[in-house]
Write a new protein. Structure first.
Length: 262
């Protein structure tokens, strides 16, 4: 795992965008796993900027979102279908036919989850998965005590996550109770993972994920088992780590290899 501590949220976004652009240059049809929430928004903005400057070519990139709320009406502004269209597909100039999101309004949710797994497999799996992290250590919407081997399925959201995400809705009660999320096993199948976190509210979850024991109480800690993970943090998100001197030493010692080795 490469843990890279950057001065602020802007640097996190720009570092992440450059890494994604590099991977897309090497593999123009790569499958990019996309996260929603506020954490990767800076990354998408920087990536759009790189594209506008001719430094990123993304038109053949294929995308799979991590998750979606269940039961929101079509076109709801907080639905991940709308967020992905506005923050990712349009600004990055992606072909909408290449952007996949779990179907949270499916009549048969179980079948929709199976279909999503099949579509992922059919596309050859995720090459690079972008992740944020919840304040309770969730990735995707895999809440604490999610099975470490889980696949795409319906999940009940925790009270903490519903409180955290209330800012995207008219009220706390308007936050859906359920979601479809790629499982932890699904996420771990990605060839490479890029986790971004900013701000003091993420510090505890980040420390538990990177330096704590691997435990379903902190789903992101499972990433310790993944051979190719880069974690980009601002100073606030890194503030509860204990080995920061070591992470800085490693980063300084191999600037050319950032994102390449663990
Ligand atoms: C959200 C998403 C996750 C995201 C996390 C953190 O609800 N389902 O994919 O990483 O929770 O959200 P934010 O980045 O807004 O803090």
């Amino acid at each position: 795992m490469d843990v890279i501590i950057l001065p602020g949220p802007e640097a996190v976004g720009s570092h992440a965008a450059n890494l994604i652009a590099q991977r897309a240059a090497a593999n123009p049809e790569m499958v990019l796993g996309i996260a929603t929430g506020s954490s990767p928004l800076g990354t998408y903005r920087e990536l759009a900027l790189l594209r506008a400057q001719g430094q990123a070519t993304l038109d053949r990139v294929r995308c799979f979102a991590l998750d979606e709320y269940v039961g929101l009406p079509d076109g709801h502004p907080a639905s991940y279908a709308v967020v992905v269209a506005d923050e990712v597909t349009t600004p990055l100039g992606l072909d909408p036919a290449n952007v996949h999101i779990p179907d949270g309004s499916a009549v048969d949710i179980h079948q929709a989850c199976l279909d999503y797994e099949q579509a992922l497999t059919g596309a050859g799996g995720v090459d690079l998965q972008i992740l944020g992290i919840g304040t309770n250590g969730h990735i995707g919407f895999n809440e604490p005590i999610s099975s470490l081997a889980s696949r795409t399925r319906i999940k009940a959201l925790s009270a903490q996550t519903r409180r955290d995400n209330a800012r995207f809705f008219s009220s706390g009660d308007a936050v859906p109770t359920h979601c479809i999320t790629q499982g932890l096993g699904t996420i771990m199948d990605a060839q490479e993972i890029l986790l971004v976190a900013q701000g003091p509210s993420k510090a505890e979850a980040v420390a538990a994920a990177i330096e704590g024991p691997v435990a379903s109480m902190c789903p992101a800690s499972l990433l310790q088992f993944h051979p190719r993970v880069t974690v980009l943090l601002d100073e606030d998100a890194a503030s509860q780590l204990t080995l920061t001197d070591y992470y800085r030493f490693v980063t300084d010692a191999k600037p050319l290899l950032i994102g390449e080795g663990q």
